[in-house]
Design a protein around this ligand. Structure first.
Ligand code: GLN
Length: 523
C-alpha cells in the first residue's frame, strides 16, 4: 500500500480537501485505484451533532455515517463510495482506546498517547487502507499543523514514515502564499509552517502553495530553498474558476509526474473522462435560475452537495446553474417577491422550527404558480404540511418536530420513540424504495427499485396518506409503510423525497431527481 499524507499549514479553509481529492483524481486517471481517509482531530465521535454553520454540511455515507464534507469531495472526485471508517476522529480513537483499557486489553500497562493512541491511529489507517484494496490511500489530516488536537495524528504518521519504505509514504503540505499590500507573493507564512512541521519530525516532500494568482518562478525557488524541497515539488494551486478544474491545474503544474517519481510508479493509462467533463462544463449553452430556500444560506458550504448535484445536472444538460440563496426567515418578513422570475425552487433538508414558515410559503408559491419544485428531506416534509394545510384544509397541519397539532401529518418514526442519544440514532444511510409504475418518480429514475441515502427522525404519518392522496399529492416512492417520495401529478414538476439524492450525484453521473428538476426548469 502506498500512502499520501496531506497536511495543512498557516490556516484552515485553504481547500485542503479539494487538493486531496484532486490528487486522488490525478492518480485515478493514471490507472490507479485510490481510496481516502479524512482525519478530523476534534473530540466529537462524528459530524452528526455539529451545526452546519461551523463545519458546513454533514455528509452522509451509504452505511449511514454522518461525516465531514470532505468525504463528499472524495466520493465525487474519485467516483467511489466510502464508509464510516474512512472518517477518523479523536472521539472515535479515544473511545476505542478507553474501551480496550476497560477490557484489560493493555495487560496492566499505563495507557498513554504514545504508543497506545498512536498505535490505535496507525492500525485504523492500515486496516481501512487494506480493506479498500486500493493501490494508494490518501490521508488528509484536518486542521493546521501546530494545533494541539492534531498532535497524536501527526505523531502517528511520523511513525508510519519510519515503518514504511521511502517510496510508500509521501507528505504533501498545503500552505497559503498571501499577497502583500503591494501585490508581492509572500513565502514567510509557508516557511514558518514548514518549520513547525519539521519540529514534529516531519518533512514535506511536496509543497502546494495556495495563492490568488499562479506562483511565480521566483516564489517557487524561494520556497524550494527555504523549505528544502526540489523546485519541481513546489506546486502552484492558484484560484480556479471551479473546483473541478483543480486536478487539471495541479497536473499541469507537474504534481502527477512528481508523485509518480516519488512513489516509484508509472502511469498505467491516461483517462480522459474528467477532462472531457470539465470541457463540457466550460461551454454550457443555457442557464437556469434556481432559488434555494434554507436557513444556513449565508454559508454556502452548508448546502455543498446540493450545489454540486445541481452543477452535475447542468453539465449533463449543457446548462449553467445560477443559484439565488434565500434565507427562509427573510421570506417570512418580505414575502415571496424574491421568488418572482426564478425557474425553479429547491427546499433542502433541515431541523427545527426557525425558518419553516418561510419555506412553507416558498413551497406554496411553487405549487400555486406551477414552478418546478424539488424538496429534500425536511423539504419534502414541509411540502406535505403545506399541501395538508392549503389543499386538504387541515389549517393546523404540522410536524410533531415543530409543535403541538391536531394533525401531525409528519410524525416521529416509531423506532425513534424514547431515543435520547442524539448521535447516530436517526434513520441513516441507504434504504430501498419501490416506485409506482408510470409516476414521475418512475420516469425520473427509469426503474421501480432505487436505493438512496437517508438522515431523518420524522416521516409522513401513514394515518393521513389516503386523504392526502385523494386530494392530488401522491406518494410514488415507498419503503413498506414509509413514504419516500411525494409528487403532484397535475403540477409541471413537483418532486420531493424523504431521502437525500444529492449525496450520490457525481460529476459524470448526475442524480436523477436533480437532472429531472433542471430539465423541468429548462421547460
Ligand atoms: N428534521 C427532519 C427529520 O428529522 C428532517 C431532517 C433532514 O432534513 N435531514 O426528520
Amino acid at each position: 500500500m502506498k500512502y499520501i499524507v496531506i497536511t495543512g499549514g498557516v490556516m484552515s479553509g485553504l481547500g485542503k480537501g479539494i487538493t486531496a481529492a484532486s490528487v486522488g483524481q490525478i492518480l485515478k486517471n493514471k490507472g490507479y485505484d485510490v481510496t481516502a481517509i479524512k482525519i478530523d482531530p476534534y473530540i466529537n465521535i462524528d459530524a452528526g451533532t455539529m451545526n452546519p454553520f461551523q463545519h458546513g454540511e454533514v455528509y452522509i455515507l451509504k452505511d449511514g455515517a454522518e461525516v465531514d464534507l470532505d468525504l463528499g469531495h472524495y466520493e465525487r472526485f474519485l467516483d467511489t463510495e466510502l464508509t464510516s471508517e474512512h472518517n477518523i476522529t479523536t472521539g472515535k480513537i479515544y473511545r476505542s482506546v478507553i474501551e480496550k483499557e476497560r477490557r484489560g486489553d493493555y495487560l496492566g500497562s499505563t495507557v498513554q498517547i504514545i504508543p497506545h493512541v498512536t498505535n490505535e491511529i496507525k492500525e485504523r489507517i492500515r486496516d481501512v487502507a487494506a480493506k479498500s484494496e486500493a493501490d494508494i490511500c490518501l490521508i488528509e489530516i484536518g486542521g493546521t499543523v501546530g494545533d494541539i488536537e492534531s498532535m497524536p495524528f501527526l505523531e502517528a504518521v511520523r511513525q508510519m514514515h519510519g515503518e514504511e519504505s521511502e517510496e510508500n509514504l509521501v507528505f504533501i503540505h498545503v500552505t497559503l502564499v498571501p499577497l502583500s499590500l503591494l501585490g508581492e507573493q509572500k513565502t514567510k507564512p509557508t516557511q514558518h509552517s514548514v518549520k513547525a512541521f519539521r519540529e514534529l519530525g516531519l518533512s514535506p516532500d511536496i509543497i502546494v502553495g495556495r495563492c490568488k494568482e499562479p506562483l511565480s518562478q521566483e516564489t517557487k525557488s524561494k520556497i524550494s530553498l527555504f523549505c528544502d524541497v526540489p523546485v519541481e515539488a513546489v506546486i502552484s494551486a492558484h484560484d480556479a474558476e471551479d473546483i473541478y478544474l483543480v486536478p487539471l491545474l495541479l497536473e499541469e503544474e507537474g504534481l502527477g509526474d512528481f508523485l509518480m517519481k516519488k512513489l516509484h510508479l508509472t502511469p498505467l493509462e491516461s483517462r480522459m473522462e474528467w477532462r472531457q467533463m470539465v470541457e463540457r462544463m466550460s461551454s454550457l449553452q443555457r442557464k437556469v435560475r434556481v432559488a434555494i430556500v434554507g436557513k444556513y444560506t449565508h454559508l454556502e458550504d452548508a448546502y455543498l452537495s446540493i450545489k454540486e448535484a445541481l452543477k452535475h445536472a447542468g453539465i449533463d444538460l449543457s446548462c449553467a446553474i445560477d443559484i439565488t440563496w434565500i434565507e427562509a426567515e427573510d421570506l417570512e418578513v418580505g414575502g415571496t417577491q424574491c421568488l418572482d422570475g426564478v425557474d425553479g425552487i429547491l427546499v433542502p433538508g433541515g431541523f427545527g422550527v426557525r425558518g419553516t414558515e418561510g419555506k412553507i410559503c416558498a413551497i406554496k408559491y411553487a405549487r400555486e404558480n406551477d414552478v418546478p419544485f424539488l424538496g429534500l428531506c425536511f423539504g419534502m416534509q414541509l411540502a406535505v404540511i403545506e399541501f395538508a394545510r392549503n389543499v386538504v384544509g387541515w389549517k393546523d397541519a404540522n410536524s410533531s418536530e415543530l409543535g403541538e397539532t391536531k394533525h401531525p401529518v409528519i410524525d416521529l418514526l416509531p423506532e425513534q420513540l424514547g431515543v435520547e442519544d442524539m448521535g447516530g440514532t436517526m434513520r441513516l444511510g441507504n434504504y430501498e424504495a419501490s416506485l409506482k409504475k408510470g409516476s414521475l418518480a418512475h420516469k425520473t429514475y427509469g426503474t421501480t427499485k432505487i436505493v438512496e441515502r437517508h438522515r431523518h427522525r420524522y416521516e409522513v404519518n401513514p394515518r393521513y396518506i389516503e386523504q392526502i392522496e385523494a386530494k392530488g399529492m401522491i406518494f410514488s416512492g415507498r419503503n413498506k409503510d414509509r413514504m419516500e417520495i411525494a409528487e403532484i401529478p397535475s403540477h409541471r414538476f413537483f418532486f420531493a423525497s424523504q431521502f437525500h439524492p444529492e449525496f450520490t450525484s457525481r460529476p459524470e453521473r448526475p442524480s436523477p431527481p436533480f437532472r429531472a428538476f433542471v430539465k423541468a426548469m429548462l421547460g
